[in-house]
Design a protein around this ligand. Structure first.
Ligand SMILES: *Cc1c(COP(=O)(O)O)cnc(C)c1O
Length: 382
């Protein structure tokens, strides 16, 4: 099997047989002509399958070491399709440190359709096992977590799932397939918000599920076609193009994030720095075992924990743009307490570590000297 960089560039794609075009064409078509009823070249209607999407799905399966991948019109649409494989009464145990949109989908959409959700601290394996009963059908985790950058031991979660005959799923958005392959660590399903590192240029909203189980893949393909949350061919083309540089981008994201973390940790106005690559990070050992590198995301707090100081920093950066989302080539900064995690009550937030001065960075691939200078002048404004 080819290595990551080769798969990122070549897997699932072939020069176009009609013209020799090296890039997968954007098959901007809804339907495909049949020579006689039922006689076609594998494509009938683009909701069911489109050649550009097909190439992307094969590529995604290859880079995540799966056998099947399904692309959806957003990360949440991918999760939505997965949740449709369950029945009322089924229970799902999720990590409590969770993407806000996933939490909303669980508790405000699927809870009223009869699915029951439990939220636990996943590094507390005893509490996790205590929640398991005959109705438990899936364990859902995110690692690294957002925004505290905790690392969950994927192998241990996979073992618990196998032992109890429960499906296990990892939202691998923060790590990307370049840094971590949960299927290799034993879980059943990987979910991505492709919107972030995979597409990588802040120009696409898309999601995917990658797996190795043919029966479940067929069930998910049935849901994908029946419910119809599919991405269009233009977005599939942009994602295929983005993936060609995923390994190169991720290397620079990691290198820059490590330097930013080291800079911040020695800054007199900075209190805590949360980056799994730092030896002071509580989960540094497991991060080193299960990830190839530590990623482009980090969070930090300011001494005195004043919301006003955080706002000063966030409105003073010139290269880091204040925005939701992450994983693009450009650096972004955000304020979890008032942006991504504003819906969580303050006492709950504080328990998770999301204090008022917590700032989250998605470190891009610009020149590191400029990024550090930008943070320096912004923190100077406090
Ligand atoms: C953004 C994100 C999602 C949702 O993906 P969309 O493409 O925005 O629907 C899910 N999980 C994580 C960790 C994310 O960052």
């Amino acid at each position: 099997m080819n290595k990551f960089g080769t798969k990122a560039i070549h897997a699932g794609t072939h020069p176009d047989s009609a013209t020799g075009a090296i890039m997968t064409p954007i098959y901007q078509t809804s339907t495909f002509v049949q020579s006689s009823p039922g006689e076609h070249k594998g494509y009938e209607y683009s909701r069911t399958l489109n050649p550009t999407r097909h190439a992307l799905e094969k590529n995604l399966a290859a880079i995540e070491n799966g056998t099947h991948a399904l692309a959806f019109s957003s990360g949440l649409a991918a999760m939505d399709a997965l949740l449709k494989t369950f029945k009322p009464g089924d229970e799902i145990i999720s990590s409590c440190d969770l993407y806000g949109g996933s939490y909303r989908l669980f508790t405000q959409v699927y809870a009223s359709w009869g699915l029951k959700f439990h939220f636990v601290e996943m590094n507390d394996l005893l509490s996790l096992e205590e929640l398991i009963n005959d109705q438990t059908k899936m364990i859902w985790i995110e690692t690294p977590t957002n925004p505290m950058m905790n690392i969950i031991d994927v192998k241990k979660i996979a073992e618990i799932g196998r032992k109890n005959n429960i499906r296990t799923a990892v939202d691998n958005t923060f790590a990307s397939p370049y840094l971590q392959n949960p299927l290799d660590l034993g879980v059943d399903l990987v979910i991505h918000s492709i919107t972030k590192f995979i597409a990588g240029h802040s120009d696409v909203v898309m999601g995917a599920i990658v797996l190795k189980n043919q029966t479940l893949a067929e069930q998910l393909a049935f849901i994908q076609n029946s419910c119809g949350a599919v991405p269009g061919p233009q977005d599939c083309f942009l994602t295929l193009r983005g993936i060609k540089t995923l390994h190169v981008r991720m290397e620079r994201h990691c290198e820059n994030a490590m330097k930013v973390a080291q800079y911040l940790i020695s800054h007199p106005k900075v209190d805590n720095v949360y980056y799994p690559g730092l030896s002071t990070h509580p989960n540094n050992k497991i991060a080193t075992e299960q990830m190839r590198n530590y990623g482009g995301m980090l969070s930090f707090t300011l001494k005195g924990d004043k919301i006003h100081d955080a706002k000063t920093v966030l409105s003073s950066t010139k290269i880091f743009s204040l925005a939701e989302s992450l994983g693009g080539v450009e650096s972004l900064c955000g304020h979890p307490a008032t942006m991504t995690h504003a819906a969580i009550p303050k006492t709950e937030r504080k328990k998770m570590g999301i204090v008022d001065s917590l700032i989250r960075l998605s470190v891009g691939i610009e020149d590191i000297e400029d990024l550090i200078k930008d943070l320096e002048q912004a923190i100077e404004k406090i």
